[in-house]
Design a protein around this ligand. Sequence first.
Ligand SMILES: Nc1ncnc2c1ncn2[C@@H]1O[C@H](COP(=O)(O)OP(=O)(O)O)[C@@H](O)[C@H]1O
Ligand SMILES: [Mg+2]
Length: 152
Amino acid sequence: MNRITQEVRGARLPSRNEAAVIVQGLTRRFGGGPAVLEHLDLAIAPGEFVALLGHSGSGKSTLLRTLAGLDPVVEGSVSRPAEVSVVFQESRLLPWKRVWQNIVLGQAGANGRERAVAVLQEVGLGHRVDAWPLTLSGGGGAAGGFGPCIGS
Ligand SMILES: Nc1ncnc2c1ncn2[C@@H]1O[C@H](COP(=O)(O)OP(=O)(O)O)[C@@H](O)[C@H]1O
Ligand SMILES: [Mg+2]
């Protein structure tokens, strides 16, 4: 089935009052095609980890884009924190900037390198501070992708 469905009424799901994310009746289709997401209800508590499982094309990225505010809510409603951080599937690190410079990209303030080093140590890349993104391994690139999120 090419759809994600989840009921918000499950006993283990957070109540509306305590939820950080509330999705109600979210339906998304592209053009005149079938619904990728159909009447999706979902509540996520602050600090809760949620894994989306589904075959390729089942709508996982569409839901994530919606929660990140990158895809419009056409039908249904979505309540989410004003500020969200996204780690994209590809690392999105700028190849012409060193790893540490990517971490503090767009941030003002002094001690940028110092702050970047702290973040990189947190994701196990303390030894690649001055490396170029393209020299990171696949896993290193993925970890580096978390950096800008943690650092922002
Ligand atoms: N911008 C778009 N325009 C048209 N179709 C799209 C667009 N984004 C996603 N789709 C379609 O929606 C379906 C779900 O895609 P996606 O959310 O990327 O799935 P998943 O991440 O689970 O692999 C796929 O059939 C995909 O082709
Ligand atoms: Mg995807």
